[in-house]
Ligand binder design. Structure first.
Ligand code: PXP
Length: 238
């Protein structure tokens, strides 16, 4: 199973100070050294983390694949078509949300999804759509001629009881099989952690998991001891 590493939150830390560190481009290099199969970034309309500059440099430096998550907005589409990532993933976007809150409603946005998909495919950029594990959404995605779906694992990850989590897991497993039967490639992501990811890896139809927050959170924790030691060593250097 492949791993796409989302480096948005490296940029979130940088933007907290509007400075130049930590750099998501450097993080992407290290993620690739660690075995990432793709680098995922979401250029949001409000630019709260990833900036246009990051996307442009990532395009030149990433050796695996750049998967750009984007809202179906004209402004972002123009940037994406100029930068030409290896893949785009259409996601819903609301300004006030903390993170992407659920799958894109393809049924409600049939024409727009089909038009945007067509535009990107004409430019030889494969298209994925982030959707809830729902048969009707899958069917609508297939009709819009997308190459891939990314199944939203957030409800599985945040389920309050083991029974509800099992229920959400079954929805994901069923949706993954349905998608493969329709000859649509399958990825999954959102809210996956070191604790809840193993069950998802049992769904063999899923070829790639896209994980951000949990990996970046862990990186700060496993790195803090060394970082403090280095600073302590520096200020006490004789
Ligand atoms: N997939 C999509 C479509 C997303 O929007 C996000 C969050 O940016 C992720 C995966 C990664 O989610 P998380 O940061 O919770 O791992």
């Amino acid at each position: 199973m492949k791993l796409g590493v989302n480096v948005d939150h490296i940029a979130t830390v940088r933007e907290a100070r509007k400075t130049n560190e930590p750099d998501p481009v450097a993080a992407a290099v290290l993620a690739e050294l660690g075995g990432a199969d793709s680098i995922v970034v979401h250029l949001r309309e409000d630019r709260r983390h990833i900036q246009d500059r990051d996307l442009k440099i990532l395009r030149q430096t990433v050796n695996t694949r750049v998967n750009l998550e984007m809202a179906m907005s004209e402004e972002i589409a123009k940037i994406a078509l100029a930068v030409k990532p290896d893949q785009v993933t259409f996601v819903p976007e609301k300004r006030e949300e903390v993170t992407t809150e659920g799958g894109l409603n393809i049924i409600k946005n049939k024409k727009k999804v089909a038009d945007f998909t067509n535009r990107f495919k004409k430019n030889k950029i494969p298209v994925s759509v982030f959707i809830d594990p729902d048969k009707d959404q899958l069917q609508a995605a297939k009709l819009a001629k997308v190459d891939m779906v990314e199944l939203h694992t957030g409800d599985y990850a945040n389920a309050p009881t083991p029974e509800q989590q099992q229920n959400e897991y079954l929805k994901l497993a069923e949706a993954a099989i349905t998608a493969r039967n329709m000859r649509v490639r399958v990825a999954a992501g959102h809210g996956l952690t070191y604790r809840n990811v193993l069950t998802i890896t049992k769904i063999l139809e899923i070829e790639e998991l896209n994980i951000g927050h949990s990996i970046i959170a862990r990186a700060t924790m496993v790195g803090i001891e060394r970082a403090v030691r280095e600073m302590k060593g520096l200020i006490n250097r004789k």
